[in-house]
Design a protein around this ligand. Structure first.
Ligand code: SF4
Ligand code: SF4
Length: 372
């Protein structure tokens, strides 16, 4: 095994291989957890990030051997329970993320384990998790006038919290956010008519996706953002018909629900005319097309994303150009003129045609397309 230190190259994020039957096989999941846990045991950099790593290291240190082989494999799932998929260990700490040959992607193996538990119905608190992850529905119900005061008072009541702990499994002392009597979206100030001035690397207009938390719990964050944009004379628009981004469902391992809601995001960005959001979603779908075994369609969508990006000043900001590894992988899977033809055909699509094709692609069965 190599001993080369990591963090010397830009990280590569491998796609989530959730259409592959092996992704769902418990022995393979447990084996991959064991491989990564053992590397983490020898490293321990992430001990202060969250409760996941202390849980793992305590299991190892308190075991009979002081090594991972002393931890019963059933205990691996206790580690999984502690991760809330914030991605920090991958993004800021780990020197062994790909392309390092050790290929440590801790959040991805946690997601895989959670998705397996969800699909197998092995969640420890299914009622609590389903309830809390329905943030949009909770927000709509809890912010009804009068109801909102009752909900907030209930979440501060010690007897009710003790009862809630017994019934749904939310610890009586856990911090829970309050709901706002005045939601963000209906009370957001409309943008003043500032002229659109494109920057060197970003468009001069902002489309705002407020999120459930800002809309229902912390509207002040949204109002402050609008004031900053207005002060800087940047026109903005709120995305129409906003819905949950799907992240709370993803955190439960509910990949199907998360996929459905994330797809809705592209429709919203399209309606707002936001090219960076559309291009990002086209790339995500291109990556999925490659995973479905369709490099031709992946390159077509990659070309479409590039075309959408180029229609704004100087292309998208670099931080928004993600997932481009899949393009290189699709090209290697499809050498020759076919790759260039698919890419060029995608670039020639106008924005609306590209969006329609991308969304339609998720409805057809997996497998190579005739696109090109
Ligand atoms: S992704 Fe999970 S394990 Fe990594 S820092 Fe976040 S909560 Fe902890
Ligand atoms: S995720 Fe990476 S940095 Fe964190 S403990 Fe594991 S090997 Fe070390």
């Amino acid at each position: 095994m190599t001993t080369r230190e990591g963090s010397l190259e830009a990280p590569t994020r491998h796609p989530i291989d959730w259409k592959n039957p092996e992704y769902w096989q418990e022995p393979k999941i447990v084996a991959e957890m064991g491989r990564i846990f053992d590397i983490c045991h020898g490293c321990r950099r992430c001990v202060s990030l969250c409760n996941t790593f202390p849980t793992l290291f305590d299991l190892i240190d308190e075991g009979p051997t002081g090594e991972l082989d002393g931890v019963p494999k059933e205990k691996y799932w206790d580690v999984v329970d502690q991760c809330y998929l914030c991605d920090l260990c991958y993004m800021v700490k780990c020197p062994y993320v790909p392309p390092h040959p050790w290929n440590v992607d801790f959040p991805h193996i946690m997601l895989r384990a959670k998705a397996y538990e969800f699909r197998e119905g092995r969640m420890k608190h299914p009622v609590r998790d389903r309830l809390l992850s329905s943030t949009d529905r909770n927000g709509k119900l809890a912010t009804i006038p009068v109801v909102v005061q009752a909900v907030n008072a209930g979440s501060r009541s010690k007897p009710l919290r003790a009862l809630g702990e017994k019934i749904v499994g939310v610890h009586k002392d856990a911090w829970v956010p309050q709901f706002a009597p005045r939601k963000f979206r209906p009370n957001a100030q409309a943008s003043r008519s500032h002229a659109v001035r494109d920057g060197a690397l970003s468009p001069g207009r902002v489309a705002i996706f407020a999120t459930c938390y800002v809309n229902y719990n912390e509207p002040g964050i949204g109002h402050d953002l609008l004031k900053i944009l207005d002060h800087n004379e940047v026109p903005y628009v709120l995305l129409d018909k906003e819905s949950c981004c799907g992240m709370p469902k993803l955190e439960q391992g509910d990949l199907d629900h998360a996929w459905e809601w994330a797809t809705e995001g592209m429709r919203l960005y399209a309606e707002a005319g936001d090219p960076t959001g559309i291009a990002m979603h086209l790339d995500d779908l291109g990556e999925l097309a490659l995973l479905d075994g369709d490099p031709t369609f992946a390159l077509r969508l990659a070309g479409a994303a590039e075309g959408v990006r180029e229609k704004i000043a100087g292309g998208a900001p670099p931080t928004l150009v993600q997932n481009t590894d899949y393009v290189a992988n699709a090209r290697s899977a499809l050498p020759g003129p076919g790759a260039e033809a698919a890419w060029a055909a995608g670039r020639a699509l106008d924005r609306d045609a590209a969006i329609a094709e991308a969304l339609e692609s998720r409805r057809r069965p997996s497998g190579p397309s005739e696109a090109g």
